[in-house]
Design a protein around this ligand. Structure first.
Ligand code: NAD
Length: 461
């Protein structure tokens, strides 16, 4: 069956070959045009995000617009340096030669995005992709249709289709796209779909970046400031209605600081999200779940936990119709509950008191490696121990979520939470092939000793 997207792909393939020889200035020009469109259309972006996720304007500015313009600005400032060939030493054995590592564009790239930060998670990888000199086909999420439509409008305004094009759609469209022999696929989404993407990529040996999900644990030990931890966790968990890949998903807490943590968390929910005392169902600073299906799934998880004896420390109110669940903290969790087993991706947070930190480490290590691990402590020994004894894509001590925007840290998961890294130089590298270029002098070769005939040579080893 002829692939419906073959002709778009073929046009990009031809274009991608011409991009190989163009100057860095052309890439910078594209990034500037993208940035200009975004800055001139902030209101349209805010409206789309409000229609899809009822995000407040400020939240959209910070988590959807600023994140993309920051990625573009970083590339504009550093692209010459990132793209410069890196000369390497010949060592004793290659004296007389010169060698360099030259980042070259991969070619035609596919970027597939989820719905939770639907503008940012197309825009940021697109910036890295263009900075590295590639063409791109973009597939936004079908669950955020207003943003998907706007992304299409943006791309049609700024780029020719041979360079960047948008395919809107859901599973059938993505499945058809995944049959094409892309030079690189950058996927952000769930672990299960990540496996499908990697399986499809294997058929064409396309390289992949997989930015996936999972359960990101938080440890709060007896030396932590419970109030500080509560403020940061409440923001990180309930912002975007908990629909953040690196949101703290569940908590292990020391009994010594538990009561203080619960009281502070309750206080900060009102202070941060309902400062005008309108009630959580009405405040404009608290966004909504993406759709009623997702809300039902979360309500089912909550009910199951309650029936198994979970205690609601605060929250628990919900309206599936309004895609609303109050910020909720649960304790006394039965470990067999879905809320303890699956990625939650919503505004409910389960918490367990621990006695022995080794049990916590054992729990983390027996499960899939998390995208992020958060530790609240003032103990140097604990910081060192947890950093060494566990694995995670990113780890933050005494804060949450802020690692995402760090200008010089790679972002990404490990195994089930992701493969490959993004952001800044790391995003550029992901969309580039590190080509080794070795230059020899006429009449010389370092391989002379290996040329036959072999008689007369002593044994080498
Ligand atoms: P998803 O995996 O359901 O969908 C992501 C994309 O894949 C969408 O564009 C969708 O159309 C497509 N897709 C869905 N099912 C498919 C299939 N069977 N075959 C081919 N394509 C398919 O993810 P989601 O629900 O949109 O997003 C939530 C998930 O994304 C969470 O698990 C979250 O942790 C993760 N996430 C990760 C990051 C990160 O940076 N690591 C960022 C945001 C979200």
């Amino acid at each position: 069956m002829a692939n419906q997207f073959q002709s778009q792909f073929d046009k990009q393939k031809v274009k991608s070959l011409t991009l190989r020889t163009e100057s860095i200035t052309c890439r910078r020009q594209r990034l500037k045009s993208l940035k200009t469109w975004i800055l001139n259309n902030k209101d349209k972006i805010r409206k789309a995000l409000h229609a899809d996720l009822r995000k407040s304007e400020t939240e959209t500015d910070i988590t959807e617009i600023f994140t993309v313009t920051t990625e573009i600005n970083d590339a504009l400032s550093h692209l010459h340096q990132w793209a410069r060939p890196q000369h390497v030493s010949p060592g004793m054995t290659y004296l007389g030669t010169s060698a360099r590592i030259k980042p070259e564009p991969k070619g035609v790239c596919l970027i597939i995005a989820p719905w939770n930060f639907p503008f940012n998670l197309i825009g940021s990888p697109l910036a890295s992709c263009l900075a590295a000199g590639n063409t791109a086909i973009l597939k936004p999420s079908e669950h955020t249709p207003a943003t998907s439509k706007l992304i299409k409008e943006m791309v049609e305004d700024v780029f020719e289709p041979e360079l960047v094009t948008v395919i809107e759609g859901a599973v059938p469209e993505t499945t058809a796209l995944l049959e094409l022999p892309f030079d690189h696929i950058f996927f952000t989404g769930s672990t299960n779909v990540g496996k499908i993407v990697m399986g499809a990529a294997a058929k064409n040996l396309s390289s992949v970046t997989l930015e996936l999900g999972g359960k990101s644990p938080v440890i709060i030990d007896e030396t932590a400031s419970a109030d500080d931890a509560a403020r940061k966790i409440v923001w990180g968990r309930f912002n975007n209605n908990g629909q953040t890949c690196i949101a703290p998903d569940y908590i292990f807490i020391s009994d010594i600081v538990k009561d203080k943590f619960v009281a502070s968390a309750k206080k900060y929910v009102s202070q941060l999200f309902d400062s005008n005392n309108e009630g959580m169902a009405h405040t404009k600073d608290y966004s909504r779940l993406v759709n009623a299906n997702h809300a039902s799934r979360l309500v089912d998880m909550l009910e199951e936990a309650k029936q198994s004896g979970a205690k609601i420390e605060f929250g628990g109110d919900h309206s599936t119709e309004d895609r609303f669940i109050e910020p909720t903290l649960l304790s006394n969790i039965d470990e067999s509950n879905r809320i303890w087993q699956e990625e939650i991706f919503g505004p409910i947070m389960p918490m367990k008191v621990y006695e022995d930190i080794n049990d916590v480490i054992h729990h983390i290590n027996k499960n899939d490696k998390p995208l992020s691990l958060y530790l609240f402590t003032t103990s140097r020994k604990m910081k060192k121990h947890i950093t060494q004894a566990t694995s995670a894509g990113t780890m933050v001590i005494n804060d949450v979520v802020v690692q995402y925007a760090h200008p010089n840290l790679p972002f990404g998961g490990v195994n089930h939470s992701g493969i490959g890294k993004s952001h800044g130089k790391y995003g550029f590298m992901e969309f580039s092939n590190q080509k080794s270029v070795l230059s020899q002098r006429i009449g010389l070769t370092n391989a002379l000793l290996f040329y036959p005939p072999f008689n007369g040579f002593k044994k080498w080893v």
